[in-house]
Design a protein around this ligand. Structure first.
Ligand code: ZN
Length: 327
């Protein structure tokens, strides 16, 4: 089976979104873009090239509940009989969008608040995103479990839970052919580790960078030959891409630690140092991720009031405190 790419625009970054069309035995779309006229136009043009219309779609399978992948789903249901398939933890994003966006906003505020006194003004809230994203009537939504199977192109594909970029991120893997629909879990670039509320008790904000590293590990153990990602190009050198991305995350985390050792004690300074002149949400999320990893390793601590980032005052064996210069 060869998925057909329908590339649609997005309001975010300077990218496009990949929607993957499978024509046989029935027309199925993997991800559908956000709700804008430009995306609607691109979907219609892409389908027409294949002799299809929106009305021919039987299923839209969503890799994860981010607006650039699911936002257009309602409009598709209004012009077709298509079922919208999403993972079980993705379901609340189809019928309680405001509640879920507010919860994610809170998780982000909490996470950045651990490191910064004045947190950056992110625009991921309901007010900003709701023009591009609709809820979907319950009778049009079907769910699949996080670790089950799903039918695509008349065959059974394994659902792989792949959190890191998004807590409900799923990939679909066809073991016989080695094909993987990866959503945003695996692309040519490292996806930003967006903070979510966890989907299990105790419902805390996620440690998204650690999850992403686990996901890379999980994917590296699968015999993947071809990746159809949510953005950018098809990937064939899968092992190499995964290895490079893990290496880059570890390298930048260590770089952060080195700067902290040298006395840099402020989140924004680290952000500017590691990503000069790139004050955009993904780079803030990356720095947050590196600091989360260093904190989990016990290498750094954050002063409660000032939010100064300092090397941990104790050796790992609990002996002698370092002075700031030596740490
Ligand atoms: Zn995306």
């Amino acid at each position: 089976m060869k998925p057909i790419l329908i590339e649609v625009p997005t309001i975010f970054e300077s990218m496009t979104v990949n929607c993957w069309l499978i024509k046989e035995p029935e027309p199925v779309l993997i991800d559908c873009g956000e709700k804008t006229e430009a995306v609607w136009e691109a979907l219609n043009v892409g389908l027409k090239k294949e002799g299809l219309t929106i009305g021919d779609l039987k299923k839209v399978i969503i890799t994860h509940a981010h607006l650039d992948h699911v936002g257009m789903a309602l409009q598709i249901t209004q012009h077709s009989d298509a079922e919208i398939w999403i993972s079980e933890p993705g379901l609340p994003w189809t019928d309680n969008l405001k509640g879920m966006l507010d919860a994610r906003d809170q998780a982000l505020i909490q996470a950045f608040g651990e490191y910064i006194r004045e947190i950056p003004p992110f625009k991921f809230g309901y007010k900003q995103l709701s023009p591009y994203w609709d809820e979907i009537p319950a009778d049009r939504v079907k769910t699949f479990p996080l670790n089950g199977n799903i039918e695509i192109g008349g065959e059974s594909w394994e659902v792989i839970h792949a959190p890191g970029h998004c807590i409900n991120q799923t990939c679909f893997f066809h073991r016989q052919s080695g094909q993987l629909f990866s959503g945003d879990a695996l692309m040519e670039i490292i996806p930003p580790p967006i903070i979510d509320m966890s989907i299990e008790p105790p419902f805390e904000r996620t440690q998204s960078m650690a999850m992403m590293l686990q996901t890379f590990q999980k994917l590296s153990e699968l015999p993947i030959k071809t990746v159809y990602p949510g953005h950018l190009n098809i990937i064939e050198n899968v092992d190499e891409v995964i290895r490079k991305q893990i290496k880059r995350i570890i390298h930048r985390k260590e770089l952060c630690y080195q700067f902290i050792q040298e006395g840099m004690d402020n989140f924004y300074q680290l952000q500017e140092k590691i990503y000069p002149k790139r004050k955009v949400p993904p780079t803030f999320l990356m720095i947050l991720g590196f600091l989360d990893l260093l904190k989990a390793e016990g290498k750094i601590a954050i002063e409660r009031e000032s939010k100064r980032i300092v090397c941990n005052s104790k050796n790992t064996d609990g002996t002698a405190a370092f002075s700031k210069k030596q740490c």
